[in-house]
Design a binder for this molecule. Structure first.
Ligand SMILES: Cc1cc2nc3c(=O)[nH]c(=O)nc-3n(C[C@H](O)[C@H](O)[C@H](O)COP(=O)(O)OP(=O)(O)OC[C@H]3O[C@@H](n4cnc5c(N)ncnc54)[C@H](O)[C@@H]3O)c2cc1C
Length: 344
């Protein structure tokens, strides 16, 4: 165990945070003996040097040293315990619709329950609302279908947002109409001590495109409270409208990660700022490219992979856009996408 190796007593939260930061810099690789144990004993899929380009929507990314797909909650917990006990870096991954993995790949364990932990069922239902609980690995669009069959329209604005339940909750995904925080009732977190903790919406710290949870906590499942009860046909019509809007404004036939930059936040109530896409378009940056990465001609906040883009191309284009917008407007754009891994 971490603290037994390094200190005599338990660590304070601050000591633990310092230790984790220091450990993450050491970047230990997975010893062969441990790889052998994982291969024979792990309840789930174990992939070595797995190209992350197979697990990201933009089809970019170097190899994960070990990619684990646990078949059960127990296997997930084992994966995290193994990483902690052997002081090996680890990270979580959903469907990869918001993640850019650098070309050198990811050292340590990448743990994903995408399409493996997918239970979904109604936990409460009355005339006012329906509560549906879904596990992290469920494809979010399947949850939308379940809600539609129940005649609940609350999730219709999420139509077309790719990803897993865990990923959408972690990113507080959404649109101007609705975000995850508006429909979430509670979630179950698995923490580094191996406990499952249920947290209600009131206890959760959501921000624009982010839910703040400790880095080492995994979202096991989420319960959604749906209150816009109509008929399945009405929900289907609404979903169609949202999908059409997306098709008309976004390059859905291209490889991308959705919006690359967050919209800038006004510094005071009266300030009205253009969205990131508009800023990029007004700077004349639509269509520019670096290597195989190109700013979409259809939506300037989307950077598309034209087929052979590397993470380096993608990041260079991000840097170029950021510099130009700062030069032109003084606004520093923040990325909405998650960037992980190491340079080659
Ligand atoms: C074409 C396109 C359109 C998009 N449109 C939108 C949009 O309209 N609105 C919007 O908000 N986003 C949009 N996105 C971005 C993306 O769909 C969302 O961010 C989505 O939430 C990503 O889910 P994921 O499962 O792919 O997460 P990943 O990219 O796999 O992971 C994202 C983050 O969540 C963490 N994570 C994943 N699962 C868990 C878990 N179970 N527990 C703890 N942490 C976890 C990962 O470690 C990572 O930090 C779009 C993307 C594309 C490609």
């Amino acid at each position: 165990m971490l603290n037994e190796n390094l200190t005599e007593g338990p660590l304070s939260p601050m000591q633990r945070a310092i230790l984790e930061k220091w450990q993450s810099k050491i970047k230990r690789s997975v010893p062969q003996a441990l790889k052998d144990v994982l291969q024979t004993r792990f309840a789930g899929e174990v992939l070595f040097d797995e190209p992350m380009s197979r697990h990201t929507y933009v089809r970019i990314g170097g190899p994960a040293e070990v990619f684990l797909i646990p078949q059960s909650r127990e296997a997930l917990m084992m994966a995290v315990r193994v990483a902690l006990d052997h002081n090996i870096p680890y990270c979580f991954h959903g469907a990869g619709a918001n993640t850019l993995v650098k070309d050198g790949g990811i050292r340590g364990l990448v743990i994903s329950t995408y399409k493996s932990l997918t239970d979904c069922h109604i936990v409460e239902q009355n005339d006012d609302h329906i509560d549906i609980r879904a596990e992290a690995g469920l494809i979010f669009s399947q949850l939308i279908q379940v809600a539609k069959e129940q005649g609940a329209a609350d999730l219709a604005p999420f139509v077309g947002i790719p990803g897993s339940v865990g990923g959408l909750v972690k990113m507080n995904a959404g649109t101007k109409t609705r975000e995850i925080k508006d429909v979430l009732r509670s979630l179950t977190l698995f923490n580094r001590e191996g406990e499952e903790i249920i947290l209600s919406r009131e206890k959760l710290d959501f921000e624009y495109r982010s839910l703040k949870i400790p880095r080492s906590s995994y979202i096991l499942d989420a319960t959604f409270r749906l209150q816009e009860l109509v008929s399945p046909d009405e929900v289907a019509a609404l979903m169609k409208q949202y999908q059409e809007k997306r098709v008309n404004t976004q390059p859905l036939d291209c490889l991308s990660l959705g919006s690359v930059f967050k919209n800038p936040v006004p510094r005071h109530k009266k300030e009205i700022l253009p969205g990131a896409g508009r800023l990029i378009e007004e700077a004349g940056l639509k269509n520019i490219r670096v290597g195989g990465a190109r700013v979409s001609p259809k939506h300037a906040n989307f950077i598309i992979n034209e087929g052979n883009a590397t993470a380096k191309d993608y990041l260079s284009l991000i840097g170029l856009i950021r510099d130009r917008i700062k030069q032109n407007t003084g606004i520093v754009l923040e990325t909405e996408i998650e960037i992980v891994g190491e340079d080659r």
